[in-house]
Design a protein around this ligand. Sequence first.
Ligand SMILES: [Cu+2]
Length: 128
Amino acid sequence: MVAFNFNMVAVILSFMAIRYSATAVQHIVGDANGWVIPMNRSFYTDWASMNIFTIGDSLVFDFPTGTHDVAEVSKDDYDHCHVSNPGSTIKTGPATISLTVAGDHYYICSLEGHCLFGQSLAINVGNA
Ligand SMILES: [Cu+2]
């Protein structure tokens, strides 16, 4: 009986693992364009509007190290293309960020001028 119960637990856990991996989405920010200074300033806003972000998903900011970086910032920083907490900036690309907290999240490139030309992303993460 004990062995049977352990097997049932293993089956249930493996089903949960399959469900989880099937629903967690890895979003390549900007798709094939990657994380760049976009051709137009609404590019990443448009990209975000075509995606649904859920807890457990991740963002991949694809850029060659040294060309860009990515910092998660406050809405105020996002609106002003400013990074109040530079210590959290990720300078190595590609950068994968797990979405573990529901709500609004803001990301910008901290390199001079890049955010002003549209290299910024605002998303809303929903509960799984
Ligand atoms: Cu940049």
